[in-house]
Write a new protein. Structure first.
Length: 436
């Protein structure tokens, strides 16, 4: 009996290891079809899920409360599963090299409870070769089982876009791969039970590489726009107006300048760079793109200081509020937040900076970054508001709505990094305005 049939008949269970932005939506979708164990070593997170609170905001509290996922932080429960999905983060170290500790740790945990006949699929972003050359040997070593004989492995790169309500797990094209034809068909069948379109990659290495490429090409294109933006500011040209004009051409890609953070675009290129270096190949274009995007926080902070000085503001005494500390709009994820960099950059200039974000968990943010987030209702007598992230709660407001937060009798300064409003409209409304 094949894996899909066993799962459907209740003769096999699925386990999802790592219940973040990738793992939780996967577990919830599969739980509508099969018996699913959701494992995460973070007991605080597991308890919140059991209480029906979705800390990722990806599926929502109501859907979570209705889900049949068996949440646990007990690794021994993995012994019940035959189809195991590993969806843990793959961050980078301080020196920008891949940090494989989470995926190795998850692999060792799975291996300790692995039983013959199991199929393990990795979704974590890695460089080509990690699944077969690092994970499989670990599974063999810690389980005492023989790979390809006692268990099979596969790889299906995650494509979860936090906060995106249009491109959801069920309606995207999902790449799947496995170590042989038979296991590839099993992996494809299981994923096809919840996803409309499945693409079968020719090998695990191809699937691993595809994940790196799809995010790296976005990083490079944003870096291109960021470099243009920095130069256009020197030319006193509005980058957004240039982009709108360019987008009238049929093959324009529609990219915009911005702060590149998060767990994917700002991280994945380093996995490619690392493996290229191991092969004595220096990835010049990708490395240059990373340098440009990493420098944008300093650029924005420097421009904020220039705007304050040109407006005749005593910068060290100015009240500056940063609005939007998550790495992107409509998402509580603060990993690799470039907004945090801007906060610290402005502090280095000796400025008074206060941060707020309706999406970020204040307790987690304080623990991670040592920065206290204030409630928006506590914002008052501002000299400068800095909109860093285009949350709907920000972009749906009019320019007039923001004026209540400013110091009376002074021309309000609005730094609109994402170009939500546009220079003409903002200046007509009486603002000193800057956008990226």
């Amino acid at each position: 009996m094949d894996m899909l049939r066993k799962l459907e008949d209740g003769k096999a269970k699925m386990a999802v290891v790592g219940l973040g932005y990738v793992g939780l939506p996967l577990a919830a979708a599969f739980a509508e079809k099969f018996s699913v164990i959701g494992f995460d070593r973070n007991e605080r997170k597991i308890e919140k899920y059991r209480q029906g609170h979705d800390v990722t905001a990806e599926i929502g509290d109501e859907a979570l409360q209705d889900s049949t996922i068996e949440f646990t932080s007990d690794p021994a429960r993995l012994s019940e599963a035959s189809f195991i999905i590993v969806a843990v983060p793959t961050p980078i170290n301080g020196d920008k090299t891949p940090d494989l500790a989470p995926v190795k740790g998850a692999t060792e945990t799975v291996a300790r409870y692995l039983k013959p006949g199991s199929l393990i699929v990795y979704e974590s972003t890695v460089y080509p070769g990690v699944t077969e050359d690092i994970c499989r040997p670990l599974l063999e070593e810690k389980s005492g089982l023989a790979g390809s004989q006692d268990f099979k492995i596969g790889y299906s790169p995650e494509r979860i876009n936090p906060g995106d309500k249009q491109h959801r797990l069920q309606n995207i094209t999902k790449i799947v791969s496995a170590e042989d034809t038979e296991s590839l068909e099993e992996v494809a069948d299981v994923y096809s039970s919840i996803i409309d379109k499945v693409y079968k990659a020719s090998s695990i290495r191809v699937a691993e590489a595809a994940k790196l490429v799809e995010n790296t090409q976005r990083d490079i294109n944003i870096a291109f726009m960021n470099e243009l933006a920095m130069v256009f500011h020197e030319m006193d040209i509005d980058t957004e107006e240039v982009a709108k004009a360019m987008d009238t051409k049929w093959n324009s890609l529609g990219f915009r300048p911005g702060l590149v953070g998060g767990h994917c675009i700002g991280v994945d290129p380093y996995y490619f760079i690392y493996e290229a270096e191991n092969l004595d190949r220096h990835s010049q274009m990708i490395s240059a793109g990373r340098r440009i995007n990493n420098d944008m926080s300093k650029f924005v902070a420097h421009e904020i200081v220039k705007v304050l000085l040109r407006a005749g503001i005593d910068a060290p005494k100015a009240r500056i509020y940063l609005l939007g500390m998550t790495f992107k709009e409509n998402c509580p994820d603060t990993r690799n937040s470039r907004s945090v960099d801007i906060y610290h950059n402005l502090q280095e200039y000796g400025l008074q900076v206060t941060a707020a974000d309706p999406w970020a968990d204040r307790e987690d943010f304080q623990r991670e970054y040592g920065i206290e987030l204030v409630d928006e209702n506590d914002i008052r007598d501002a000299d400068c508001l800095v909109l860093l992230v285009a949350h709907d709660t920000y972009s749906q407001r009019s320019l007039q709505d923001w004026k209540k937060y400013y110091r009376a009798g002074k021309q309000p300064i609005l730094i609109d990094v994402k170009s939500i409003y546009g220079r003409v409209a903002a200046e007509r409304a009486g603002y000193t305005y800057w956008c990226l």
